[in-house]
Design a protein around this ligand. Structure first.
Ligand SMILES: [Zn+2]
Length: 322
C-alpha cells in the first residue's frame, strides 16, 4: 500500500482500503491500470539460480514484486505475495513447475489480492499468512518461529509487526542448495528503506527491525517493492558522507536506466546504508539532532524509536522537497 499518510481523511481511506471490499476493488482497478501502462511489467527481471533452486522476481502493479521460488529438481514452486494472479500463473506455466503454496507477508491488497484467484486455479495450494493479519483465502495461519517445509525448501516465519499489526517475513534456508539464505521481507524491509508504520508504534517497528540485524550478513533481501532509487537518494540526504549509500545509488542508477530489477541486496549492505537500520549510529543520530543517553537500555531504545519516527516522517515528505 503506497498511500501517503496524513490526517483524518487518510485514516478513513486506510480503514476502507484495509478493512473492507473497497480495497479489493481499488486493487482490481490498479491492476488494470498497471497492465495498460506496462506491457511487460514495470521492471525487467530474471531468475537468480543456485544448485536446485531458482528465485524469480515478478514485476506487478506500479512497483510491486511477487516472487516465484522454485525447487528445480522436484519442479515445485512457492509463490510469495502473488497479488497479480494472472502474471504469477504465466510465470508458473513458463517454468513448468507445480505451485504448492502461497506465502503472504501481509494483508494489503497489493500483496494478498491474488490469493483467492490463484487458489481457485490451483486448489491444492496451501495459503500461509500471519495469524494476526486477516489474510484473504488463508488456509494455514502462521506465527513467529513456525517452520514451513516444502520438499527441500524450508522457510522460517518471523513476526514483524509495524507496517501492519500482523506482518510476517519468510526466511528460506539456503543450505540445501549451497546458497545464502533468502529473506522475503514484504513491506517490512526495502532496499535502503522500511515500510510505513500504518499499524504499529515506532517502538514496535524498532524491535521488528532489530531482528533483521541478527540475520547472517550474506542473507539475500527480496523486498515487496522497487523503491531503491528514492530510498537511496533520501539516505544520502540524511547521511551525506555514507560511501556505501553513494556506491549503491550509482549502481542502482545504472540498473534503472534499463528498468532492471535491483533485488536482491544483502543484510550486510542494508546495515551499511539503510537509515532505518542505523538508529544506533552516531552519524544518523547527529543528523537528526539526537543523542543516546548513557543511563541504560530502555532509554537508549526510546531515543532510537524517536529517531525511527523522525526518519520515517522525513522520508514521507522527502519528495516534496525536490
Ligand atoms: Zn503494505
Amino acid at each position: 500500500m503506497a498511500t501517503r499518510p496524513g490526517g483524518c481523511l487518510f485514516q478513513l481511506g486506510y480503514y476502507f482500503y484495509s478493512k473492507t471490499r473497497v480495497g479489493y476493488y481499488m486493487h482490481r482497478r490498479d491492476l488494470a491500470k498497471a497492465r495498460r501502462k506496462f506491457e511487460d511489467g514495470h521492471s525487467k527481471t530474471e531468475p537468480t539460480k543456485f544448485n536446485g533452486l531458482q528465485i524469480l522476481p515478478i514485476a506487478i502493479l506500479e512497483d510491486n514484486y511477487s516472487y516465484l521460488v522454485m525447487d528445480t529438481i522436484n519442479k515445485t514452486a512457492v509463490c510469495v505475495d502473488p497479488a497479480d494472479a494472472q502474471a504469477v500463473q504465466a510465470a508458473i506455466e513458463a517454468h513448468s513447475v507445480t505451485p504448492v503454496a502461497i506465502l503472504t507477508t501481509h494483508k494489503h491488497w497489493d500483496h494478498s489480492g491474488g490469493n483467492s484467484d490463484l487458489k481457485h486455479v490451483y486448489p491444492e495450494m496451501r495459503v500461509y499468512g500471519g495469524a494476526m493479519d486477516n489474510i484473504p483465502a488463508v488456509t494455514h495461519p502462521v506465527a513467529d518461529g513456525d517452520v514451513l517445509q516444502f520438499g527441500a525448501m524450508k522457510f522460517e516465519v518471523n513476526f514483524t509487526p509495524g507496517h501492519t499489526v500482523g506482518h510476517v517475513i519468510f526466511r528460506l534456508d539456503g543450505s540445501p542448495f549451497g546458497a545464502p539464505d533468502s529473506l522475503f521481507s514484504g513491506d517490512h524491509l526495502f532496499l535502503c528503506g522500511c515500510g510505513r508504520m500504518f499499524e504499529g508504534a515506532p517502538g514496535v517497528m524498532l524491535r521488528s527491525l532489530d531482528h533483521l540485524t541478527e540475520l547472517k550478513d550474506d542473507t539475500l533481501v527480496w523486498p515487496g517493492h522497487e523503491y531503491a532509487m528514492d530510498n537511496l537518494e533520501f539516505a544520502i540526504d540524511l547521511e551525506q558522507n555514507n560511501q556505501a549509500a553513494q556506491q549503491k545509488l550509482a549502481w542502482v542508477r545504472e540498473q534503472r536506466k534499463d528498468r532492471a530489477c535491483t533485488s536482491p541486496s544483502t543484510i550486510e549492505e542494508e546495515k551499511q546504508y539503510n537509515p532505518f537500520l542505523r538508529t544506533n549510529t552516531d552519524t544518523i543520530l547527529q543528523s537528526l539532532g539526537l543523542e543516546l543517553s548513557k543511563d541504560g537500555e530502555t532509554s537508549k531504545d526510546a531515543v532510537r524509536a524517536q529517531a525511527l519516527a523522525e526518519i520515517r516522517q522525513r522520508k514521507d515528505h522527502f519528495k516534496y522537497k525536490l
